[in-house]
Ligand binder design. Structure first.
Ligand SMILES: NC(=O)c1ccc[n+]([C@@H]2O[C@H](COP(=O)([O-])OP(=O)(O)OC[C@H]3O[C@@H](n4cnc5c(N)ncnc54)[C@H](OP(=O)(O)O)[C@@H]3O)[C@@H](O)[C@H]2O)c1
Length: 375
């Protein structure tokens, strides 16, 4: 059994559900993956921070926050004093846990809010973690949307992982699927419905709901971004499009390179007219190789009724990948929830646990191999 120490950077909806899901799945993670966890640090923007190498009670901290308290564990160590930025906190905690980092057993879990201008300070959280020898898992789109190539290279150089399965389509495998099951395949393009809030609003408006009511529904379910203009103006979809283009098509773009369109109350008339005519109005994310460059866009499209994406309703998402060997592959997410996003973080953690286990098995097998056989 390996115990991984986790540092939670951001402790909102996703991180709290991640913590409770870890508890719910504890027996399975221990039995099937020899994986146990201990949370040693939590930092937020306005709700305080806590740190102890012996472990903090994150479930208790979450219920305290829900009852209006702050993270108020007394800071006996200068490591996690209330001074300094969240980036300083990550640096200090990772440094304090350097023996665990050196064994590959320290993971920084980045779930702060998306900064659509520059992806910060999340990128700096990731850098601080990787340079201290920690792995990083994140549901925040910023790091992979703005700095995928650099951070992936940094992680590879440090022999650590930088994983972000939850950044696109929550817990439904997209990057895991491609990485683990599609060797020697080239993806030439993708198209999809990747923003739950706008798809839910478009579907609700077709049925007569108002834009504001449908958006309020998404906010009350904790699915809309903290700043809902990120969803309705197409920025969230543009960030996901940038990540998909960067990872699947080898691009090096940011959300600001993605041509973008959003939705608003006036989109209702177009959505109902399209439906009456047998088609569907959808906010479609696309990326395609184009000579030596990449075309990436998010825009409203009227899709023919028989198009797979036309049937993606409400909280559903889908991506269609165009490949050279397997033609088109579609991944459909039938429902989205905080649990799905939290589960993506769990899958990333299991990937890291698998690496550590394999690495140990290799070292043990080399150690037990007679010298003459490995000469
Ligand atoms: N919610 C979803 O269904 C979903 C799905 C996929 C991906 N995501 C992504 O996951 C991330 C987290 O989402 P969420 O719903 O959990 O957001 P949230 O509830 O708003 O929580 C964000 C957390 O990050 C903290 N934070 C923000 N800026 C910070 C900073 N500079 N330093 C330290 N902490 C900071 C906040 O601190 P305070 O508590 O002090 O405000 C809060 O604890 C976002 O990037 C989001 O785009 C969310």
């Amino acid at each position: 059994m390996t115990t991984f120490d986790l540092v939670l950077v951001g402790f909102g909806n996703v991180a709290r559900r991640f913590v409770s899901l870890l508890e719910e799945r504890r027996a399975m993670l221990e039995r099937d993956h020899e994986l146990a966890v201990r949370i040693i640090g939590i930092v937020t923007k306005r709700h305080g921070r806590m740190f102890s190498l012996a472990g903090v009670d994150a479930i208790d901290a979450a219920s305290g926050l829900e009852n209006g308290a702050r993270l108020n564990q007394s800071m006996s160590s200068a490591t996690a004093s209330d001074d300094g930025s969240s980036v300083d906190f990550v640096q200090r905690v990772v440094n304090a846990a350097r023996d665990r980092a050196s064994r590959g057993e320290l993971v920084v879990v980045e779930t702060t809010t998306l900064d659509i201008e520059h992806g910060q300070p999340a990128i700096d959280h990731v850098r601080a973690a990787l340079s201290g020898g920690a792995h990083v898992i994140t549901a925040n789109k910023g790091p992979a949307a703005f700095a995928h190539r650099t951070l992936t290279q940094m992680a590879a150089d440090a022999d650590r992982r930088f994983l972000f399965e939850g950044a696109v389509m929550d817990g439904i495998p997209v990057f895991n699927l491609v990485r683990e099951t599609l060797p020697a395949v080239t993806i030439s393009a993708f198209r999809g419905i990747v923003n739950t809030t706008t798809n839910y609003i478009l579907t609700a408006m077709e049925r007569g709901s108002s834009f504001d009511d449908a958006l309020a529904d998404m906010q009350s379910q904790g699915i809309a971004e903290a700043d809902p203009s990120l969803d309705v103006d197409g920025w969230d979809a543009a960030a996901k499009t940038a990540i998909l283009a960067n990872v699947l098509l080898g691009a090096s773009i940011t959300p600001h390179h993605v041509e973008r369109e959003g939705i608003g109350p006036t989109t209702a008339a177009r959505a109902t007219a399209a439906r009456a005519a047998g088609s569907r109005l959808k906010l479609v994310a696309r990326g395609e190789r184009h000579g030596s460059g990449i075309d990436a866009r998010v825009g409203l499209e009227e899709l023919a009724g028989e198009d797979l994406l036309a049937g993606i309703e409400g909280k559903q998402n889908a991506i269609v990948l165009a490949t050279d060997v397997l033609d088109e592959i579609a991944v459909v997410q039938r429902g989205g929830s905080l649990t799905h996003t939290a589960y993506a973080l769990v899958t990333d953690l299991v990937t890291i646990a698998g690496d550590v286990k394999n690495c140990r098995a290799t070292s043990e097998s080399l150690a037990s191999t007679p010298a003459r056989r490995i000469r």
